[in-house]
Design a binder for this molecule. Structure first.
Ligand code: DAH
Length: 339
């Protein structure tokens, strides 16, 4: 038996593999389903007991040698001397269609809902001056309300520049450049100097809304928000407005939607109340109108602002905000582009 193994080993070492055909022949003889080494394994039963272990080891070794030799030949992907023939009947390779990012889907949906009631899209720069991000919005210098948002300031600029902390800055730009009636929404990226966690990131996205005309009232605001909430979360959605504070609106409110208390997770995310906050809003403060040269005696208006990530998390049941920015295809693949 040992002689047979030694002879076979010599034979394997002598073999040459120079083409794919030779490699295939080698594979069939030494590694295929009815290979010659396997046959020797079957003969182990005839070997005296005390030699069985050694013979087993020699055969395993032989198998390894054969495998190594087989793998050492790597056929060239496209052999230069062999003519490539084009098989026109071969099925086409599947072309993988991408899907839209969940934040883009929600942004488009928000734009679509508001454009149906006459809002047009506007945008502004992400690097913003102090006037548009703060001062014009009624945050006087040193006002503690500036601390509500942790700002990334941009050094080495003679003007006070920063990354915008909210899209409310676009309100000011629109009011400066247009005259009422104004009906606009401004989607965009905003930045805050916050520790990254499942609920917070140093950048995220918002949509700002602004409506300025004669006789705009809080009732108009409420009705618009109710319309939006129902388009977004279903026609039976209930909303409530809680008094709040923003420097640029007076009165100000935060809007909750009724989420329900059916499951344990509902209890957790609504902190046992059944209600979830979706946006901030209010009547544009007359100071803000005047700062942008709009006559606050003649015109009034409302504004609102919401986080796109927050709406997307609620709609898609995403529990960790960071997933939106990691671009893991396994996550992104789950969103099919409806729009
Ligand atoms: N700018 C606010 C924020 O980033 C959101 C906001 C609240 C915008 C109330 C508004 C508003 O226009 O009226 O937290």
């Amino acid at each position: 038996m040992k002689d047979k193994i030694v002879a076979l080993e010599r034979e394997i070492i002598k073999e040459t593999i120079k083409t794919s055909d030779e490699q295939e022949k080698f594979r069939i003889r030494y590694l295929g389903s009815k290979n010659i080494i396997k046959e020797l394994f079957l003969e182990i039963k005839n070997v005296p007991n005390e030699e069985k272990k050694e013979v087993g080891m020699l055969l395993n070794n032989l198998k390894q040698i054969a495998k190594k030799k087989h793998d050492s030949f790597v056929p060239e992907a496209r052999s230069k001397d062999k003519k490539q023939t084009l098989d026109k009947s071969r099925p086409a390779e599947e072309y993988k269609l991408g899907s839209r990012h969940p934040l883009s889907l929600i942004r488009s949906q928000i734009i679509e809902v508001f454009s149906r009631i006459g809002f047009v899209v506007s945008d502004g720069p992400e690097i913003e001056d102090d006037w548009h991000n703060f001062s014009a919005l009624n945050f006087p210098p040193e006002h503690p309300a500036r601390d509500m948002q942790d700002t990334f300031f941009i050094k080495n600029s003679n003007k006070d520049m920063s990354l915008r902390t909210h899209t409310s800055s676009v309100q000011v730009r629109v009011m400066e450049n247009e005259s009422p009636p104004i009906r606009t929404i401004s989607p965009g990226r905003v930045y805050r100097n916050e520790a990254i966690s499942p609920r917070a990131h140093c950048f995220f996205h918002q949509v700002e809304g602004l409506y300025i005309d004669e006789n705009v009232s809080f009732a108009d605001l409420k009705q618009t928000i109710l319309y939006f909430a129902r388009e977004m979360f279903g026609e039976k959605t209930k909303i409530r407005l809680r008094p709040s504070y923003f420097p640029f609106t007076e009165p100000s409110a935060e809007v909750d939607i009724y989420w329900g208390l059916k499951t344990e997770s509902d209890y957790r995310i609504t902190k046992g109340t059944g209600w979830l906050e979706i946006l901030g809003c209010g009547m544009v403060d007359p100071n803000v109108l005047e700062n942008s040269k709009i006559d606050s005696k003649k015109y009034s208006g409302y504004a609102f602002g919401m986080g796109i990530e927050r709406i997307a998390m609620l709609k898609y049941g995403v529990k960790d905000l960071r997933l939106f920015f990691e671009n893991d295809v396994r996550f992104l693949d789950q969103f099919t582009s409806g729009i």
